[in-house]
Write a protein that binds this ligand. Structure first.
Ligand SMILES: NC(=O)c1ccc[n+]([C@@H]2O[C@H](COP(=O)([O-])OP(=O)(O)OC[C@H]3O[C@@H](n4cnc5c(N)ncnc54)[C@H](OP(=O)(O)O)[C@@H]3O)[C@@H](O)[C@H]2O)c1
Length: 246
């Protein structure tokens, strides 16, 4: 028996990096999976083929979740195809970094649309269809709490907004035993933050455990929060950051 046998899990941004590890972990634990991704068809179809070849049910939809109408359509398609929704994990994020004076006029809207607006409207739609005991999890970042340096003001601000959102969702949905929790990773070895990249040692310098985390470690934490065991955990922020904030 897996923790997610008979459950439907949707991972928004579930085809690469941390999201792909969450997708793999959820289906390994028994879930039927919906995944939304933006543009990298080869990566997305490769992962879906891998999971389907193990006999798993995967519904894959391409949509840019910065557009609320596209997000809603994609979620409707997945929920129609899989018949229900038990766990929503919002992973997709975007970053524009650089000197303050270099930010274009639309940078604010671009970042907030993906990092803040999309998880909010995804949670709203999920709550409409979830039964009691559902789970909503959003991927933030440890930079919400402590700034490692200059150049990321909008990214940091967008991730900081999620703490307030998660506490609000926990209050909105607690009477239905639907939990809402935030996961804040530190440096995780991914394409956007490789453990052997040029900034890797700078990224590791604030850590108590001086290495990048793995995507599987984040997926393990998400799997716990999404599981039936975590029914009394809500409105919480979990740092998985190698001691960045210690
Ligand atoms: N990696 C780290 O060190 C780290 C640290 C702290 C927090 N985080 C957060 O963790 C999350 C995942 O990061 P990551 O580095 O693993 O991967 P990522 O490159 O941020 O995201 C990859 C996934 O999100 C999808 N995606 C991105 N924008 C989208 C959009 N507008 N609409 C639909 N899907 C979209 C991608 O689809 P495509 O493949 O088609 O583009 C892909 O499936 C992000 O929220 C990030 O801010 C990461």
């Amino acid at each position: 028996m897996g923790a997610f046998d008979g459950k439907v899990v949707l991972v928004i941004g579930g085809t690469r990096g941390i999201g792909a590890a969450i997708s793999r972990r959820m289906v390994a634990d028994g879930a039927c999976l919906g995944i939304i991704y933006r543009s990298r068809v080869g990566d997305a179809e490769g992962l879906a083929d891998e999971l389907r070849s193990q006999g798993k049910t995967v519904v894959l939809i391409q949509a840019d979740v910065s557009n609320v109408a596209a997000l809603n359509r994609a979620m409707d398609e997945i929920i129609d195809a899989l018949g229900r929704l038990d766990v929503l994990v919002s992973v997709a994020g975007t970053a524009i970094v650089g000197p303050l004076e270099s930010y274009a006029d639309d940078a604010f809207d671009q970042i907030l649309a993906v990092n803040v607006r999309a998880p909010f409207f995804a949670a709203k739609k999920a709550a409409l269809v979830m039964t009691n005991g559902g789970r909503i999890i959003i991927l933030g970042s440890i930079v919400a709490d402590r700034m490692p340096g200059a150049g990321g003001t909008l990214y940091f601000a967008s991730k900081a907004a999620l703490g307030g959102m998660i506490r609000g969702l926990a209050r909105d949905l607690g009477s239905r035993a639907i939990t809402a929790n935030l996961v804040q990773p530190g440096p995780i070895d991914t394409e956007r933050n490789p453990a052997n990249g040029p900034d890797a040692s700078i990224n590791r310098s604030p850590l108590a455990i001086p290495r990048h985390g793995t995507t599987e470690e984040v997926a393990g934490l998400v799997a716990y929060i999404a599981s039936p065991e975590a029914g009394f955990v809500t409105g919480a922020t979990y740092n998985i950051d190698g001691g960045w904030s210690a």
